[in-house]
Design a protein around this ligand. Sequence first.
Ligand code: SF4
Ligand code: SF4
Length: 118
Amino acid sequence: MVRATCSMCDGLITSVGKAMRVGSVVARIQVPPTPKPCTKHTEYCLYFTDGICGKCISRCPVGAITESRKDKAVCYRHLFPVTKDYVTSSYGFDGYGCGPCQSLVPCESQIPNKKDCL
Ligand code: SF4
Ligand code: SF4
């Protein structure tokens, strides 16, 4: 079972952290609902629960994340064309990607702990 809640940078914080990829499968089977592990949709983000951390803010190279919100338009303009052009010219395929806000932060590979921000 994967547990996940939203975060300050809009990534999903899961039991294996935020730097991950998820997918979905469509199947004609009965699956019992997964018990809801949280009481709040942002519960695993230290900023929303305890008002601390915010390390993803300074990780963003274009200032798309602030204490009040993530500006998806600013993020998008960095992905296209900046990272897209970089991936194409450096690796030779039609891809894009960013994600400093998901790496080297307390929620990168786990549900973060307060001690990670001390
Ligand atoms: S780095 Fe900190 S503030 Fe940002 S999403 Fe992770 S836990 Fe929340
Ligand atoms: S994906 Fe990149 S540009 Fe978008 S918020 Fe994260 S660090 Fe910033």
